[in-house]
Design a protein around this ligand. Structure first.
Ligand code: GLC
Length: 412
């Protein structure tokens, strides 16, 4: 490992241990209840959209309640949309009046959010959209309107610096949409130049040496950000899948359909078994309330993690692509332990595995602490004495204490 790779590994350690975070999309668009893209997809004229700020006075906004919920869900960090594509800032900015602080709400929600995360011991992330529909120059593009574009880029740099100067130590800066595929196909490998990202990233690394940056500035960053998908383990490097809890929207959209807890845990465990993080989104309503169906699911996931967190936090993938071969569930590892995350349950009391070459010293059902008998028959590892009915739902975990690091064996 080169010194810079080593430093990067140190920096990302807390992140890869954390495995699970809360994404929050909240802003003026929450008033409309049709997701976060409404300004653009409905071609809402600037004046009409700006007027929404007069109504944005969230009666029940309570950052501490959000942070407590994230913690109860077993999440270790949060990422809030400080500014989405619509340009409305949830923070006090000297570079625009289109902020929650200078309009009806009269509050710096980012400041309240940062304080709440810290109070709960959660790491603090700032989502920031590079793309900004509040700038006509954005729609002109850098070639047609170089002057307007330069102002937009300055605005981006100024606000990023503002956010990373005024709120103390920040753990993640989550750029979005620098390479805008919606904008005439995007800029590909020119993206970082178009936004002068090299310059800004150098400033950030100096100002906040421990901060993690995602890969959406046009530069590789500390982690990649597969969106609405859980990659296979062959993904190189550190990754964080960001995923909506409803089927489609990130911002508040009451008519969208919620995934069930089984599905959320399926996604979480798939991510972790592939060696990645799971950033699960909620879209609070215009009053600042996280909708009850989201609370219900988060609390259920948290309950599951209280019994089975050992199989999730600070674990690693066993081998690239290997988890996919274990159809009954997923496998993670930590030190000399392997964790079988079982999605299938049979009343036979016996689990037969063809995935590990190791000798097993001890097998324990995590939910109850019950010790299980283990024996090997050739390739087959037999775990016996499981109860007829599953002690926990939706998934159970069998912890195997091995004779050494997990040594996978393939079917062929
Ligand atoms: C996309 C969307 C955006 C959402 C984001 C989350 O970039 O434009 O609405 O915030 O993905 O990853």
């Amino acid at each position: 490992m080169s010194p810079s790779e080593l430093h990067a590994a140190d920096r990302t350690r807390w992140f890869t241990d954390a495995r699970f975070g809360m994404f929050i999309h909240w802003g003026l668009y929450s008033l409309l209840g049709r997701g976060e893209w409404a300004r653009y997809t409905e071609a809402i004229p600037p004046d009409e959209y700006h007027a929404l700020a007069d109504q944005f006075q969230p009666r029940y906004f309570d950052a501490a309640a959000w942070a407590r919920l994230a913690k109860a869900a077993g999440m270790k960090y949060m990422v809030l949309t400080t500014k989405h594509h619509d340009g409305f800032c949830l923070f006090d900015s000297q570079y625009t009046d289109f902020t929650s602080d200078k309009t009806a709400a009269g509050r710096d929600f980012v400041a309240e959010y940062v304080a709440a995360c810290r109070a709960e011991g959660l790491r603090v992330g700032f989502y920031f959209s590079v793309k900004d529909w509040d700038f006509p120059a954005y729609f002109d593009g850098p070639e047609r309107n170089p002057e307007g574009w330069a102002k937009l880029v300055d605005h981006f740099h100024n606000q990023a610096k503002e956010l990373l100067t005024n709120y103390g130590k920040i753990d993640i800066f989550w750029f979005d949409c620098s390479d805008d595929a919606n904008f005439r196909g995007g800029w590909g490998d020119k993206t970082a130049d178009v936004w002068r990202s090299q310059e800004l990233v150098a400033w950030i690394r100096n100002a906040q040496p421990d901060i993690l940056l995602n890969n959406r500035s046009g530069l590789p960053g500390d982690f990649s950000t597969p969106e609405q998908t859980i990659p296979h383990a062959s993904q190189p490097g550190v990754f964080e899948s960001c995923v909506t809890m409803t089927y489609k929207h990130w911002g508040y959209s009451p008519s969208d359909h919620y995934k069930d807890t089984w599905r959320l845990l399926d996604e979480l465990t798939a991510c972790v078994a592939a060696g990645g993080n799971y950033l699960l989104n909620v879209g609070p309503d215009p009053d600042g309330v996280i909708p009850l169906p989201a609370c219900e699911r988060l609390l259920q996931v948290g309950e599951w993690l209280r019994l089975h967190g050992e199989a999730i936090y600070a674990t690693e993938r066993v081998l690239p692509d290997w988890w996919d071969y274990f159809s009954g569930g997923r496998i993670t590892t930590k030190g000399n332990n392997a964790y079988l995350i079982l999605q299938l349950w049979t009343p036979t009391g016996v689990l037969s595995l063809n995935q590990l070459r190791n000798d097993v010293r001890r097998a324990v059902l995590l939910a109850t602490g019950q010790e299980l008998a283990v024996r090997r028959e050739g390739r087959r590892l037999l775990i016996e004495g499981l109860p007829a009915l599953p002690p926990a739902l939706p998934f159970n975990v069998v912890k195997l204490e091995l004779d050494g690091p997990a040594a996978p064996q393939f079917y062929y």
